[in-house]
Design a protein around this ligand. Sequence first.
Ligand SMILES: N[C@@H](CCC(=O)N[C@@H](CS)C(=O)NCC(=O)O)C(=O)O
Length: 203
Amino acid sequence: MKLYDYKAGPNPRRVRIYLAEKGVEIPLVNVDIMKREQKSPEFLKKNPIGSIPVLELDDGTCISESVAICRYIEETHPEPPLFGRAPKEKAIVEMWLRRVELNFMMPVGMVWIHGHPLTAKLIKQIPEAAEQNRKRVHMGYKLLDDQLSQTTFIAGDAYSVVDAVALGSLDFANSLVGVPYGDDLPNLKRWHDAVSARPSAQA
Ligand SMILES: N[C@@H](CCC(=O)N[C@@H](CS)C(=O)NCC(=O)O)C(=O)O
């Protein structure tokens, strides 16, 4: 098994954080997205979307999409459970995975694509799209802050895959994308400090 990875990418980092929390080690293969290696004909056979991370199994099966990769590892290495235990917990984890993806990471990606000089050559940037999505990123932060006023971690009182996914996304938004959260979100800050202090955050 090997994981196609790129150190600075938020989506591969989600998987690395998750793997560190699970205590699972998988050999990493660097795919340099700055050199567009993910769009090579050889790599497109592994993932026709041309993105990383990709988990390649020993039988040659390639699984892309960070959450699908984590799901596979969860099924093959159930302990500690990071997708919830009982049906209700599992559904709540799934709900927050989708909320983080759709209400937070998607607008972060739009700001990145439409508003950052590093992506300017990739598409015709629409500055208004970047501006509009900046507002949506802040709505995403508020959603998380409200939830974290009631729970220790995003999907409840136990650390879950949602925290790994959200940390990878939030650190990317805060740093490279340039949309940090404000001082008015103390619950989010408390969570961010706590998950960043876990050894897995170094992954
Ligand atoms: N939804 C995918 C997103 C994958 C993705 O966009 N990966 C980025 C790196 S963080 C990438 O490969 N970008 C290069 C490209 O799309 O050409 C996931 O969760 O894995």
